[in-house]
Every structure is written in C-alpha cells, then in structure tokens.
Ligand binder design. Structure first.
Ligand code: UD1
Length: 363
C-alpha cells in the first residue's frame, strides 16, 4: 500500500512524526512524504525535521507565503503532478492548515482515499480560516481520526457515516510523550536566565488577535501588568513580528522590561520552556492540549476553542482578550487556584499505531 503523507506548516510536523515512525513496522506499506513549503524558514520548518527525526521529504513543493487563495491554489497546482506521478492508494493529511484542504481536495479528485488525522474539531467560528479548512476536509475524507469525543459527535451531527469515524487519541501527544525526556536536556532556561524563576510563556499568531491593533493592544494592556510580576517569555511568530512593527505597538514594548521577545523556538526548547512555566497564555490550538498533558495552567486568549476536552478535563480556560478577565485568570492560575487536570481518554502515546492499524484494515 502506498501512503502519501502531507505536511506544510509548523503544527503539522509534530503530528506526522509519530506516523512516519510507525509505518516501517508494516512490511507492505510504502510511505511517501510531501512538504508543501507553506512554512519555509529554518526555524519554522527544517529544525523540526531534525529534532523530531522526520525523514527528508520526498518532494518539497516550495509554495511559500501568499493570500489564502493564492497559497491554496498554488499548493493544488503543484501537488497534482506529484500525485499523478506517485499514484498513492492513500493520502494522509493532518490538522487544519491551508495545505490540509488544498492537498485533500486534489487527492479525492484523483481518486485516492483521503485520511484526515485530527478530524471533527469545531470552534463554531467560521471567521477562522482553520474552521473552514476543517469543515471542508472532513466532508471529503474517507477515514476520519478524532482526538476527542466532541470531534466524533460533530462529524455525526454533520451527517458523516459512523463507519468512517474513529476516536484514536492524539498523534501530537504521542510526539510529546516520546520527546519529554529528551527535552529535559534543553539548555533554554539557562540561555534565557530563567533558573529558579517563576515565569509566564506567551504565544500569539491568530489573525483575529495580531492583525487587529486594537485587540493586540488590549492583550498588551494585561501583559504590561503581568510582566511587572514575573518575566513573560514571548517566542514571536513571523506574522506577529511583522504586525508588531507595522502597527507601531513595538514602541510600547520598550516600557515593558519583563516582556522578553525571542525568535520562534525549536520543539525541544519550547517543550522545556512550557513544562517549567508557571502559566501559559496562548491563542494556539495545540498548546492548549500540550499544557493539559504537562499540567501547566493555560489561558486561551480567544473567545472559543475547537478542543473543549482541554477545558473540561485539562488545564485550559478560555479567557478571551478582555484585560480584566485575563488578569483575573492569571491571578487564579499563579496562586494555585486551578483545577487538578485529568488526562483525556486515549492520550496515551499510541494514537499513531491505532491509526495505521485501522488504515491497513479498512483500505
Ligand atoms: C499557519 C496556519 C495556522 C497555524 C500556523 C502555525 C493556515 C490558514 N494557518 O498560520 O493554522 O496555526 O500556521 O504557525 O494554514 N512566514 C515566515 N516564515 C515562514 C512562514 C510564514 O516569515 O516560514 C510569514 C509570512 O510572512 C506569512 C506569514 O508568516 O505571510 C503567515 O504565514 P501563513 O503560512 O500564511 O500563516 P500562519 O499565520 O503561519
């Protein structure tokens, strides 16, 4: 069986790594890896391949950045001949980025079976580009693998046949559990002079937060107070850095000595940084889940989440972008007034094995 796997953007790499490690256990599987090149900087892409032991991609489409239409269309144009050349039986796409829907659409039109890993998540917010990517990818997939029960429920509500839907746990958590020990050797706390300190970690890159100077400014209002209390470490996504400069908010940062910007970090450094943090503030999807496993309080700077299990069982709280709400939650989190987390069902490091077993049996 020829299985062609697609990655494109940073959050895809940790999801594909456990699958690529699993395939060699099956003699009759030939695994092919295609990188669309949606993310292309060394620190947004290449570093993750070496740290996570992902094989070199067989093909890199090198699409780079662009508007949604341009990026999606360019991926489709460049992916089609690759698919015609390799003629895979199965195409596996992960997550919810533009590469996911672009390659999924090409695959089904050429008659390959489409497998979506991390299916069924719904924020209910159709202004999020990822929500559109999720809805469309799920509606054309032949096998849909869910990380949590809400994903299964959403898919059945949308009329997807139950035979196609499987609750298997989370490949991104497989990857975290595999790398947790290795991350302990990271030197990042020394490099950032954080030994023994309480500190907060911040990540922000959603267009709804960083493309709007008013909202970005409100988040900074809360952070101005937090950074007086403890250092706030902020690995800055390229999109966010561009916006900080263009909307002149960068000036405010000069008056915030505890607010410490770094380049985006590699996987192992970021895992170590998160594991030892007092609190994490984020608008990322994956970080809401990783903090649940690491038992670190997470404040999600959005009005919704497509990963509700992290608020029901985990350490996550949705706080939005109102500075008062962010500060109230921050005080609870740092004073220990936070829920004891439980590990979500099947987040046990074996999701990739379940997925490959089901692919082999069903296709
Ligand atoms: C993409 C995903 C988002 C994911 C995020 C993680 C979509 C719709 N969005 O958003 O779901 O959470 O990745 O990072 O697919 N840039 C660089 N170097 C890079 C990549 C990007 O400088 O290696 C800059 C470019 O200027 C680009 C901007 O970042 O215009 C945004 O990149 P893009 O891939 O369009 O979306 P992300 O915001 O990264």
């Amino acid at each position: 069986m020829k299985i062609l796997n697609v990655v494109g953007a940073r959050p895809n790499f940790m999801k594909i790594a456990p699958l690529m490690a699993e395939y060699p256990r099956y003699e009759n599987i030939q695994a092919i890896l295609v990188h669309t090149g949606q993310h292309y900087d060394e620190i947004m892409s290449k570093l993750f391949f070496s740290e996570l032991g992902i094989p070199e991609p067989d093909v890199n489409l090198e699409v780079g950045s662009g508007s949604h239409a341009v990026q999606t269309a360019e991926i489709m144009k460049r992916f089609e001949p690759v698919l015609i050349n390799y003629k895979p039986d199965v195409v596996v796409v992960v997550g919810d980025v533009n590469s996911t829907i672009a390659c999924g659409l090409v695959a089904v039109k050429l008659g390959a079976k489409l497998v979506h890993v991390e299916a069924g998540l719904r924020s209910g917010d159709r202004t999020m580009p990822e929500e559109i990517n999720r809805l469309l990818t799920d509606s054309i997939s032949d096998l849909l693998f869910c990380t949590e029960q809400s994903g299964v429920d959403n898919l059945l509500k949308e009329g997807i046949s139950p035979q196609k839907v499987h609750l298997v746990g989370h490949v991104m958590i497989d990857n975290l559990l595999r790398n947790k020990e290795k991350a302990k050797n990271s030197n990042i706390l020394n490099l950032l002079n954080l030994n023994g300190d309480d500190y907060a970690v911040l990540t922000l890159h959603r267009p709804s937060n960083v493309d709007d100077p008013v909202i970005f400014g409100r988040i900074l209002d809360a952070l101005t107070i937090i950074q007086n209390d403890m250092p706030v470490i902020f690995p800055v996504h390229p999109r966010t850095r561009k916006n900080l400069v263009s909307c002149s908010l960068a000036k405010r940062l000069e008056e915030m000595p505890g607010f410490r910007l770094t380049d985006p970090l590699g996987y192992l450094d970021f895992l170590k940084l998160m594991s030892n943090a007092k609190v994490v503030l984020t608008d990322s999807g994956g970080i809401q889940e990783e903090t649940t496993i690491l038992q670190v309080p997470c404040l999600t700077l959005r009005e919704n989440t497509e990963r509700p299990i992290t608020t029901e069982l985990g350490t996550n709280q949705i706080v939005g972008t109102d500075p008062q709400k962010i500060l109230a939650a921050y005080r609870n989190a740092t004073s220990g007034n936070w829920r004891e987390p439980q590990i979500p069902p099947l987040w046990d490091g074996k999701a990739a094995k379940r997925i490959v077993d089901i692919i082999v049996k069903s296709i």
